[in-house]
Design a protein around this ligand. Structure first.
Ligand SMILES: Cc1ncc(COP(=O)(O)O)c(C=O)c1O
Ligand SMILES: N[C@H](C=O)CCC(=O)O
Length: 430
């Protein structure tokens, strides 16, 4: 099993740092060689050895309607036949911006970039340019990409690999990033009082997905909104995972709180390299060339990426029933997994918001970075490998969210629950 993956991984390590082009996809925290993939259809992945897996990574979020979704593939092929890039404006960029404005609350103007990292870096620069202030508050265990300002107490691969605060970030940059505790408004108030009038922005994953899936507690996001309003601080929702996934209008719509700037990533390009940031007319007018805050990109608004994203988002916009179905499917999986862990008397907390979910092997309620850390990592490692052996591909870390797609069938969910039953029994008996 995994013979070709193992061989490819050995080769990859000779030429690519750690053998991977993004640390989160390495198997460092669970051990073993990462699975090298060949192709995917709907919710089924096929690896280079021809083995199939039910997929709960979904390219870390964008595959809301599954891999190789017909209208996306057609749109990309049609766009590619015209040119892969112009470096000049195109109609599809305008259509995309208009569609996002219809779907997302509070977005009057939106700028396309090439990744979630770029979107968050740009959002912070805009907030700083708009307010004339330097400091930014982020939350421990939240991840906003690998921009210098964000690699302080970060989540995702940085947390999984034990480097939440990365070497290479200068002290000068680090001093402008203040860290608060997720779901704890008092920790935010304390920082805002200590640095009164100095905080440009609070950036938050409205549903944390990079320390595992952690929902915002009642009043947390609304409380951030109030605190920002009181000090004219810009509230940034990083909706790279949640945008167009937890509702048509993302977390803003689901929780009824509108941010000043919202950032998007992978989903907005249906899996092609895209990001975006948008907000009110007043804030976005500082962005170049309307205003003085410089932000640019040769490939930004790339026609292939726009065509793919437009095909996905317009389907989600026109057929909101997808969200009901995603909700039902994820609830079904949640209940099935819960029964499995109860049956085996394994302490497990399963968090879920819409089609995002995570299993933490702990008896604690998981509400922030500290409680996420109580998960039993060894048990997760064994469970992960058991699931893989039984044909289920989970994120290779206890600190990442699982993503469901509407291409998951009931049979696949049942197969996943059966695999969990076998995997957890083997893990506790090993
Ligand atoms: C919430 C969040 N923000 C930002 C990013 C960075 O996006 P990218 O990896 O496209 O740079 C990610 C994912 O990596 C993310 O999950
Ligand atoms: N948690 C990250 C994105 O959401 C994982 C993707 C990556 O960084 O490669």
């Amino acid at each position: 099993m995994l013979e070709t993956s193992k061989t490819l991984f050995e080769r990859a390590q000779q030429s690519i740092p750690g053998g991977v082009n993004s640390p989160a996809r390495a198997f460092n925290s669970v051990g073993g060689a990462p699975v090298f993939l060949e192709q995917a259809r709907g919710s089924v992945l096929t690896d280079v050895d021809g083995k199939e897996y039910i997929d709960y990574v979904g390219s870390w979020g964008p595959m809301i309607l599954g891999h190789a979704y017909g209208p996306v593939i057609e749109a990309v092929q049609e766009a590619a036949a015209k040119s892969t890039s112009f470096g000049a404006p195109t109609e599809i960029e305008v259509k995309m911006a208009e569609l996002v404005k219809q779907m997302a609350p509070g977005v009057d103007k939106i700028r396309m970039v090439n990744s979630g990292t770029e979107a968050c870096m740009s959002a912070i620069r805009v907030a700083r340019g708009y307010t004339g202030r330097d400091k930014v508050i982020k939350f421990e265990g939240n991840y906003h990409g690998h921009g210098d300002s964000f690699l302080i107490n970060a989540g995702s691969g940085a947390l999984t690999l034990g480097t939440p605060s990365s070497p290479g970030v200068t002290e000068g940059t680090a001093k402008d990033t203040l860290t608060a505790d997720f779901n704890d408004l008092n920790s935010v108030k304390k920082l805002l009082n200590e640095y009164k009038g100095e905080v440009a922005a609070i950036i938050v994953e409205p549903v944390a997905g990079n320390m595992g899936c952690i929902p915002p507690q009642k009043g947390f996001l609304a409380g951030l909104r109030e605190l920002c309003d009181a000090q004219d601080t810009v509230l940034v929702f990083d909706e790279v995972m949640t945008g167009f996934r937890v509702a048509q209008g993302g977390a803003q719509q689901r929780f009824g709180v509108t941010a000043d700037i919202v950032t998007y990533g992978k989903i907005i390009g249906a899996g092609l390299p895209v990001g975006a940031f948008g907000g009110s007319r007043e804030i976005m007018q500082v962005v170049s060339p309307d205003g003085p805050v410089y932000q640019a990109g040769t490939l930004s608004g790339n026609p292939l990426a726009m065509a793919a994203g437009y095909a996905l988002l317009s389907e989600l916009y026109e057929n909101p029933v997808h969200y009901d179905e995603l909700e039902e499917k994820t609830t079904y999986l949640f209940r099935g997994m819960k029964e499995v862990f109860e049956h085996h008397e394994v302490s497990a907390t399963i968090n879920r918001v819409g089609s995002m979910m995570s299993v933490f092997f702990t008896r604690e309620e998981v509400r922030d970075f500290q409680t996420a850390q109580t998960t039993n990592r060894e048990l997760f490692r064994d469970f992960f490998h058991g699931m893989l052996t039984n044909g289920v591909y989970l994120p290779p870390s206890p600190f990442e969210s699982w993503f469901l797609a509407n291409s998951h069938t009931e049979a696949m969910l049942d197969e996943t629950i059966t695999a969990a039953d076998t995997a957890i029994a083997d893990a506790i008996n090993s």
